[in-house]
Design a protein around this ligand. Structure first.
Ligand SMILES: [Zn+2]
Length: 407
């Protein structure tokens, strides 16, 4: 009996109820509008900071606190990060707390959400203050070419964040502990050895305190590695599904996706910065008097720089999504070859359909998807199965099959 990937894909999709389909489409399509609202609210906030003279007053206050220019920048940056977080707090509460609860994706209480948000602000302050202070120091040293050096500083800080996140940032939000010994753990470790990933331990973390979503990651750069999977994955997924997911995550590590993403987004950031001097100068010349901001060396103009950069990133949404979707597709292919669990992989794609639309249009996927759609993932897994698993194994699943020699 012939195994048809199209029929198998349909069969997987048919296991989702109509209600589940409608719900995940609504959740995911709502996300398209969130991109727009995030952008517009960011612009509105910049307008408030500049238009009311608040940004100028923040700079004046920083100048009263200290005589050192770099420290004034740091004080301004800290105020900016705190005030913008507070101004956007109601919106963040809707997006991350109320909306997640509305769709049954959150396990958080409001106090826990608030404390996680406070922790997030602390992390943002550490990295954000350093980034802003160094970039403004660069602006003052190289008024003409700062966009190039400044963007490289931004990329360097992003690299630092990626490098230290598993050790210093993620444990701020979740507890990581060794996964108890089990046959599955032994299989995960042997899958890691087979793919040259230098680990002797598998970690689990308590993501269920925040969310119902399943996830895992293999993190680390420069010869270090850590495999972490969240407790939702362990509790909700079958062993073959866990192996399929980890095959994918190991693909990210083996294919150096952290480095590739850093280089790709590094290029995006450099181009985005290249546009800033021209745009800032024009707007500051026209509205600078009203807003109380000077040329680009004036840190009070930061909201304008951020707003301009956010316009660029908004327009680039399809490009940025395509960059990540491309490496995700590579990791899918790697994972199928490594774990050899096409059905586990299809099952994982079904689970992820809770928060990602299964069957988008072609352009919808290109513009909005940072991972391949569920349909694409299941279909590729089924094509892989048809071409890579011995037909003798497949016919076992086929109810219509009559063994050779049977009447
Ligand atoms: Zn991935």
């Amino acid at each position: 009996m012939h195994f048809d990937p199209d029929v198998a894909t349909r069969a997987y999709l048919a296991t989702l109820s109509v209600a589940a389909h409608i719900r995940s489409d609504a959740y995911f399509e709502g996300g398209y509008w969130l991109i727009l609202w995030d952008f517009l609210l960011g612009l509105a906030m910049a307008w408030v900071l500049l238009g009311t003279g608040l940004s100028r007053r923040m700079r004046l206050w920083a100048e009263r606190v200290t005589r050192w220019t770099w420290l004034q920048t740091a004080v301004y940056a800290a105020q900016y990060l705190v005030i913008s977080t507070v101004m956007l707090l109601p919106w963040a509460a809707y997006e991350e707390y109320f909306r997640e609860h509305q769709y049954g994706m959150s396990n958080q209480t409001l106090p826990l959400w608030l404390s996680d948000t406070a922790k997030g602000l602390a992390v943002t302050l550490v990295f954000g203050v350093v980034a802003i202070t160094v970039i403004y120091a660069v602006i003052r040293r190289a008024p003409r070419t700062w966009w190039l050096w400044g963007s490289l500083v931004a990329v360097a800080i992003l690299a630092l964040l990626i490098a230290v996140a598993p050790t210093y940032v993620e444990p701020v939000f979740n507890k990581f502990y060794p996964l108890p010994e089990s046959p599955l753990k032994a299989q995960i470790l042997s899958l890691a050895r087979a793919n040259g990933i230098p680990v002797s331990q598998v970690y689990e973390f308590d993501a269920s305190r925040q969310t119902t979503k399943m996830s895992a990651h293999v993190s680390g750069m420069f010869g270090t590695a850590q495999i972490s999977l969240n407790d939702n994955l362990m509790n909700r997924a079958a062993p073959e599904e866990v192996r399929a997911v980890l095959g994918h995550e190991m693909g990210h590590y083996v294919l150096n996706h952290d480095t590739k993403l850093l280089l790709s987004f590094g290029l995006v950031i450099v181009i985005g910065f290249a546009w800033l001097p021209w745009a800032y100068e024009r707007l500051a010349r026209r509205y600078g008097g009203r807003w109380g901001i000077g040329d680009v060396r004036d840190v009070a103009g930061l909201p304008l720089l951020v707003a301009l950069f956010s316009c660029y990133m908004f327009v680039l949404t399809p490009v940025n999504n395509t960059i990540t979707r491309t490496v995700e597709t590579e990791a899918d292919a790697f994972g199928l070859n490594a774990a050899r669990q096409p059905d586990g992989f299809a099952q994982a794609a079904l689970h992820l359909s809770e928060y990602r639309k299964m069957e988008p249009g072609k352009w919808e996927e290109i513009i909005f998807f940072d991972h391949p759609s569920g349909w694409n993932r299941i279909h590729r897994a089924m094509v892989w199965k048809a071409e890579n698993i011995d037909t003798a194994d497949i016919v076992q699943y086929d109810a219509d099959h009559h063994p050779p020699g049977a009447p």
